[in-house]
Design a protein around this ligand. Structure first.
Ligand SMILES: Cc1ncc(COP(=O)(O)O)c(C=O)c1O
Length: 478
């Protein structure tokens, strides 16, 4: 196959960057709007016969599927905006964004075009500087809060987390790191050591120096004040005591998720991160926020930590960053920039021109069309509709939303809050069959609609969830 001469590389930087700055009247929110007279559009049972046949052939060889697929083995062929199409022609409203990835909708034209143009121009130049990378660096420095202005790029959330941990150690010359129960940071040895390790690595041991402490959870508080409200201070006091008694006093800092995604959209109280920031400052510890899942519009901000006015020392950015193209970032504050030099930070694919084009285009779309604001608005619409589900269904223990990061917790009993795994599984499958693509997590249902969705489609998707909950309640409780 020969490279088309018609798309030969432009000679100067400006022309390369202009590739993705085509002036256009395109409106993402118009493009994302779903015609509810047509969608969801189910033409066969689901998973249908073609899905089942293709899935059986593929999984003869492809092993290690997620619960999302095991519980609903449908075969997707295409996606556009907020709609996913399967091999049998069924069309689903998408509440998954893949797995929190296609935040701006599937195959956003501006992002697809930017990647396609780079694919015809330059796919890889290791970590040599390119004009498109330069444009991305300048954009990131402009939009990120505080002095977060040192960057390195990677090709997965996990590799970004590992690099962030290496920076943390290089910057402090210390090697113990604290994370929190039920956090998730990826599946390599370092990242998995800061998560719920038993779920991810059979027979694994936690890397020495990695510690796990409890974090405040608004629905299941571990420590409460006499008035029943969550006691954040108690957690901070515990960290102080833990560091004193359970570490070898060689602690570099904390690495944790702002809101736990894999754990089931677990929300911290609003005073947690400001208090943790102060604790880290007082104790000379670094604060690393793993925002692989929560960044780039998902919660209505570029960084979720912005909700609490906290600037982390190190932050990982992923998923929606490239809207489907694998590109992730580690951002650090000014004092820690030079620590990238100490960790041999580069990689084969990190910051390749297609990745930079995808990330820059995603960022421009969010910025130019104020999509952070829209995501926040959708979260307010969603929580109202979800609250109604909680009012009407005893098996709904809690509903949570921050922008378009949503969660519904199924319980057997509202007082004991005993998890209702069977209900979670059934609701997931029933809603999927009705035309809603989404994400299970045991007894917690995770919803991650693209932030470009219109309000009516968001509510229609939640209506489908409500119907599935009502049917499940009937089936399990009679
Ligand atoms: C908070 C967080 N960190 C890290 C990762 C790992 O990212 P990846 O699957 O891209 O390696 C994930 C993935 O879900 C995540 O949610």
């Amino acid at each position: 196959m020969s490279l088309s001469r018609g798309t030969a590389a432009p000679r100067d930087a400006e022309r390369i960057i202009n590739v993705i700055e085509t002036p256009t009247r395109f409106s993402t929110l118009d493009w994302g709007r779903v015609d509810l007279d047509r969608y969801p559009h189910m033409v066969t049972e689901s998973p249908g016969p073609k899905s089942r046949e293709i899935h059986a052939r593929c999984t003869k060889y492809f092993k290690g599927l997620s619960e999302q697929v095991k519980l609903f083995p449908v075969v997707f062929e295409s996606g556009e905006g907020c709609i996913l199409r399967d091999a049998d022609g069924n069309e689903y409203i998408d509440f998954s964004s893949g797995i929190y990835v296609a935040t701006l909708g599937h195959c956003h034209p501006k992002i697809s075009e930017a990647v396609a143009k780079m694919a015809g121009q330059l796919m890889n130049a290791h970590d040599f500087t390119t004009p498109i990378k330069t444009a991305l660096m300048e954009k990131l420095a402009q939009i990120l809060p505080g002095d977060l202005n040192g960057f390195q790029l990677y090709d997965s959330g996990t590799t970004a987390v590992e690099a962030g941990l290496r920076v943390m150690r290089a910057a402090t010359k210390k090697n113990e790191i604290l994370s929190c129960f039920n956090d998730y940071h990826g599946k390599t040895q370092g990242a998995v050591s800061l998560g719920h390790i038993r779920s991810f690595v059979y027979g694994a041991v936690r890397v020495p120096g990695m510690h796990m402490v409890p974090r405040p959870d608004t629905y299941r508080p571990m420590w409460t004040k006499p008035d029943g409200t969550i006691d954040t201070d108690k957690h901070i006091e515990f960290y102080d005591e833990y560091i004193d008694k359970a570490t070898v006093h060689n602690v570099a800092g904390f690495c944790l998720e702002p809101i736990q995604g894999w754990g089931g959209t677990i929300m911290p109280p609003d005073d947690f991160f400001p208090k943790l920031r102060k604790f880290c400052d007082d104790r000379n510890l670094l604060l690393m926020a793993d925002e692989v899942l929560t960044s780039w519009g998902r919660t209505g901000r570029y960084l979720c930590m912005e909700h609490w006015g906290v600037v982390p020392d190190i932050v990982t950015i992923g998923k929606g960053f490239g809207n489907g193209f694998p590109v992730t970032c580690v951002a650090v504050r000014e004092p820690y920039k030079e620590s990238f030099e100490a960790i041999s930070a580069s990689s084969s694919y990190g910051g390749n021109p297609m990745a930079c084009a995808a990330a820059l285009a995603s960022t421009q779309v969010i910025e130019e069309e104020n999509l952070n604001e829209w995501a926040e608005h959708l979260g307010n619409v969603a929580i109202k509709r979800m609250q109604k589900m909680k009012d009407e269904h005893p098996i709904v223990g809690d509903v949570r939303a921050k922008g378009c990061l949503l969660g519904i917790e199924m319980v057997k009993d509202r007082v004991t809050k005993q998890p209702f795994n069977e209900a979670g599984k059934l609701v997931y499958q029933k809603a999927f069959r009705k035309g809603l693509a989404w994400i299970p997590a045991g007894h917690i249902l995770r919803l991650s609609p693209p932030i470009v969705m219109d309000e009516a489609t968001l509510v229609r998707g939640l209506d489908i969830v409500d119907e599935a909950i009502a049917e499940t309640e009937k089936e399990l409780l009679g």
